[in-house]
Write a new protein. Structure first.
Length: 170
């Protein structure tokens, strides 16, 4: 006597397809998260490199950095370039070099960090400040020179704000 089981193989196939689709969904989610974390790591690495770059340039032009009202100590944003002229001043070559450094740095920032905001200032508390509100710089003459970078990353789920700071060593 033979017993016929109708439709049992169709149910088994549907269960297997359901399990495969659930595992693929998990793998796609993991791949997306991996790409987002990779982008954040790349942008953070770029921020470290760019901050070190301008720090090295300021170290080479120490005379301008230590001058009262130095061109280096300024906020920088994606919509501006620093254009200033100095006529017949003794510190003109150093100031022009600083402006050239800042403009080159600005171009690098535009290409590497999306919607960035940068400030080079004097500050005793380098890890404070905000992208939209206040940069947190105290601007005291005895405070160390700090380079602060903020940028918005689409890889972040919340507000997307990233932050890096570097204390410049003279």
């Amino acid at each position: 006597m033979t017993i016929r089981h109708c439709g049992q193989s169709l149910i088994e196939v549907m269960v297997v397809l359901l399990l495969i689709s659930m595992s693929l969904t998990g793998m796609v989610g993991a791949m997306i998260t991996s790409q987002q974390l990779s982008l954040i790591a790349i942008q953070t690495s770029d921020a470290v490199q760019l901050a070190s770059n301008i720090s090295d340039r300021m170290r080479l032009n120490k005379r301008e950095l230590l001058r009262q009202g130095s061109v280096y100590l300024t906020p920088i944003n994606p919509l501006q370039t620093n254009i200033q002229l100095c006529l017949n001043e003794q510190s003109c070559p150093q100031r022009m070099q600083a402006l050239q450094d800042l403009n080159a740095w600005h171009l690098q920032l535009v290409h590497k960090l999306p919607m960035y905001k940068a400030v080079i200032c004097r500050d005793n508390t380098p890890v404070d400040g905000s992208y939209l509100l206040n940069d947190g710089c105290d601007r005291r003459s005895n405070s160390p020179v700090v380079i602060k970078l903020w940028w918005l990353s689409v890889a972040r789920a919340n507000n997307g704000q990233q932050f890096f700071t570097l204390v410049h060593a003279l």
